[in-house]
Design a protein. Structure first.
Length: 202
């Protein structure tokens, strides 16, 4: 049964609040410092973290569409995307770098608030078949992707993506030194191992 777990709801609320605190409390000089283990600055990585929540909102209807097609359709699409991993890595880096410069963190904060509210409203009212609907995904694009993911899996993934990158920030201060609680476990874990690589953190 694919009822939205309470821990998933709490995790989304927590990362949304945490993001607002991080951005509000970060000094300008800290925002432009390099991060730990990535090519992004703190400003760029924060933008990317909010964009992950935005992507989650975009993915849910896409997954619903593919779930109505024969399974081979999403498998072929995922195979194509997997072949495009190297260009994706480059675009992923450049997109967040450009987004942080052009739109700033003000838009990122609004995205985080609005997208989190939308995701939780949708998740609370979605019947089991909608939460269980899913598709094949390019596992090489993210260390927490599995070869096939349901919409519920993606809702669990979003806080993991956020926390993975949060640990790479170098903002300093009390807020940045207190990591959020562990994200909820993946309810469909065990179908495949996660990719140990981190293609989007370079």
């Amino acid at each position: 049964m694919f009822v939205l777990p309470e821990q998933v709801r709490l995790d989304h609320q927590r990362i949304s609040r945490d993001f607002q605190t991080l951005v509000r409390s970060a000094s300008a000089d800290r925002l432009d410092q390099p991060t730990r283990g990535t090519r992004w600055t703190n400003r760029q990585l924060l933008w990317h973290m909010a964009f992950g929540q935005h992507i989650t909102r975009v993915l849910l209807p896409v997954m619903g569409g593919f779930s109505r097609l024969p399974p081979g359709a999403s498998r072929r699409f995922a195979t194509f995307l997997t072949a495009m991993t190297r260009p994706y890595d480059a675009v992923n880096y450049a997109g967040s770098a450009a987004g942080a410069r052009v739109t700033g963190l003000g838009l990122a904060r609004r995205w985080m608030r609005h997208d989190t509210a939308w995701l939780l409203t949708w998740g609370a009212s979605a019947p089991d078949p909608q939460l269980a609907a899913g598709m094949s995904v390019p596992q090489t694009w993210d260390p927490f992707f599995t070869p096939w993911m349901s919409r519920l899996d993606v809702l669990v993934w979003a806080p993991k993506h956020y926390e993975h990158h949060r640990a790479q920030l170098t903002l300093g201060g009390t807020a940045a030194q207190c990591p959020p609680a562990r994200a909820a476990p993946n309810p469909t874990a065990g179908r495949a191992d996660t990719d140990p690589r981190q293609p989007h953190t370079r």
